[in-house]
Design a protein around this ligand. Structure first.
Ligand code: TUI
Length: 312
């Protein structure tokens, strides 16, 4: 399974592990990279010294390329970017904003820059600003989401830009990978599937809640704040819904959610923790090693294609 993305990133399989805040730590990223994909450390809202520690740790765990995801709403985004240039990590992905002002210095440091984009307009802007590729992420994803579905977004981005497009959102098995390639993507990014891996350092309660979730359990809250977030339905999401129905202010709603992701990932609070996960939670029904996840994704492609071949 080779695409242009393998050459661009010097990886064996065009499979990227999503940069999930608090969840995507050095052990997960290094394991995915060792298995032939691209592992990603999430910077989330952490200061540069924490992210540096994770980068250094990953360097001890793998000799393969890995990346760091920078969440651009973070107050530490600038200092994290500076540190990443000094560390010369292989790849930087970005989320929740426009990384335009950082692209020149990242590229000067020899870093491949791959922004996550929720629309054609933003994808075209990223291409103009010098991005090496874009990840077109559909609303099926977990965490902070856009409006368009993966099925509609990916081919529109593929038609609009000349740089490689990676598909994300709702992909958790070989069927999703084949679908993404059919839409014109050169690779896939999976978050929820790698969250439910043995090497993921998130609390077992969080992983088990995702494994147990069914098709309609990954719900969206916070639409009224302008920052909609998808996660598994629980007491926290019902609290958000109530506040939004009551017409609470953005500040009140954001205050209610403060620290909730940490509560889920670190403390395993499945009631009041933010169990960020995508719609593929309904497809993910076990916790297994990353190597097995990647082998299943790649190994299952033939069967999917055979079935398609028998139809057309
Ligand atoms: O970033 C994500 N997913 C995330 S970030 C996150 S931490 C967080 N938690 C609560 C509220 C806010 C953040 C959890 N999950 N996915 C990638 C993504 N990027 N989705 C949407 C976007 C995006 C949005 C606007 C990318 C660019 C953009 O540009 C706007 C502009 O300024 O042009």
């Amino acid at each position: 399974m080779k695409t242009d993305l393998c050459k661009l990133l010097n990886i064996e399989y065009p499979i990227i592990q999503g940069g999930m805040a608090w969840v995507a730590t050095a052990p997960l990223a290094a394991t995915v990279s060792n298995a032939g994909g691209l592992g990603i450390i999430a910077a989330g809202n952490a200061p540069a010294d924490y992210v540096l520690e994770q980068v250094r740790k990953a360097k001890t765990l793998t000799n393969k390329p890995f990346g760091v995801n920078v969440m651009l709403l973070s107050p530490f985004a600038g200092e994290v970017m500076k540190m990443l240039c000094e560390e010369k990590v292989a790849v930087v992905t970005t989320g929740a904003g426009n990384p335009g002002k950082y692209i020149a210095s990242l590229k000067e440091a020899g870093i491949k820059v791959i922004p996550v984009v929720p629309s054609v307009t933003i994808a075209k802007k990223m291409e103009r600003d010098g991005a090496d590729a874009v990840i077109a992420e559909g609303t099926e994803s977990g965490g902070h989401i856009g409006e368009l579905t993966t099925m509609a977004l990916v081919p529109q981005v593929v038609d609009a830009v000349n740089i490689p497009v990676i598909a994300a959102g709702g992909i958790a098995d070989s069927r999703g990978v084949v679908a993404a390639l059919a839409l014109g993507a050169v690779g896939v990014q999976l978050g929820t599937r790698f969250l439910c891996s043995e090497e993921c350092t998130a609390h077992e309660n969080y992983k088990n809640a995702v494994v147990e979730a069914k098709d309609r359990d990954a719900v969206v809250t916070g639409r009224s704040t302008g920052h909609p977030v998808r996660g598994i339905k629980n007491k926290l999401t019902r609290g958000f819904d109530k506040l939004e129905k009551e017409g609470a202010s953005v500040e009140e709603i954001e205050k209610f959610g403060a620290g909730a992701l940490r509560n889920a990932v670190v403390d395993g609070d499945v009631e009041m923790g933010a169990l960020m996960a995508g719609q593929s939670a309904g497809l993910v029904c076990d916790i297994k090693p990353c190597e097995e996840i990647i082998n299943d994704l790649v190994g299952g492609l033939g069967e999917v294609l055979k079935r398609i071949d028998s139809i057309i």
